[in-house]
Design a binder for this molecule. Structure first.
Ligand code: PGA
Length: 237
């Protein structure tokens, strides 16, 4: 079963999310065989993005590192779970870069997901400078260490998203991400419920060739997922 996740980032009002859900439902009918679909809207639009028929589930894009308390502006993993989320995106490169999230903080977020019963979609990937410097493997091994406390038997999704491919229109070639994804599987060997996604400029046009690559179990899609029709086309690819 391929997993295809729409990361809307900070886009869509509740009205727009409801319209998207209608369009996606119309586009996929009874669902797409062999595909698990997940929508990750903003917290405000979780209810509108849900599917009462269960053809897709919902994810939050972030969770607090703390359980509860005086943390103005934060949303806890338990709150996200109660709001219907099955998954939580943790460690997206935008959170790492723009909000200074590091491995220690992300390990706490993963722990909160575990306690709340949310499956993490843990994002990692190297920057262009790291890639050019031949540091990709070292960067990925360091980012994987954050998962040390995550029990091997629990479901885990890891999204390999090279930073240079996110939102740039320059998707990695399978030959670019094969080595990284195979390496990640080796680093995470022994985990019974691991899925490895690729993310970074996935579009309806390139999804077919990318999906043919056996080292990935699906996609994390940003920009192209903002259209229900495009997202459905990617999922079908
Ligand atoms: P993109 O974003 O598809 O717009 O490159 C991917 C992501 O940030 O998850």
């Amino acid at each position: 079963m391929k997993l295809v996740v729409a990361n809307w980032k900070m886009h869509k009002t509740r009205a727009e999310a409801a319209e998207y859900a209608r369009d996606l439902g119309a586009s996929i009918g009874d669902g797409i065989a062999g595909r698990e679909l997940v929508l990750a809207p903003s917290f405000t639009a979780l209810a509108q993005a849900r599917d009462t028929r269960g053809r897709w589930t919902i994810a939050c894009q972030n969770v607090a590192a703390e359980t509860e308390g005086a943390y103005t502006g934060e949303v806890s993993a338990v709150q996200a779970r109660e709001a219907g989320c099955a998954y939580a995106i943790v460690g997206h490169s935008e959170r790492r870069r723009l909000f200074g999230e590091d491995g220690a903080l992300l390990a706490r977020k993963l722990a909160r997901c575990r306690e709340a019963g949310l499956t993490p979609i843990y994002c990692l990937g190297e920057t262009l400078a790291e890639r050019d410097g031949g540091e990709t493997e070292a960067v990925l091994s360091r980012q994987v260490e954050t998962l040390d406390e995550h029990p091997a038997a629990l479901p885990l999704v890891v999204a390999y998203e090279p930073v240079w491919a996110i939102g740039t229109g320059r998707a990695a070639e399978p030959s670019d991400f094969r080595t990284a994804c195979v390496g990640l599987r080796r680093l995470l060997a022994g985990r019974s419920a691991l899925r490895v996604l690729y993310g970074g400029s996935v579009t309806p046009e390139n999804a077919g060739p990318l999906a043919a690559e056996p080292s990935v179990d699906g996609f994390l899609v940003g920009g192209a997922s903002l259209s229900a029709v495009a997202f459905a086309a990617i999922a079908r690819a």
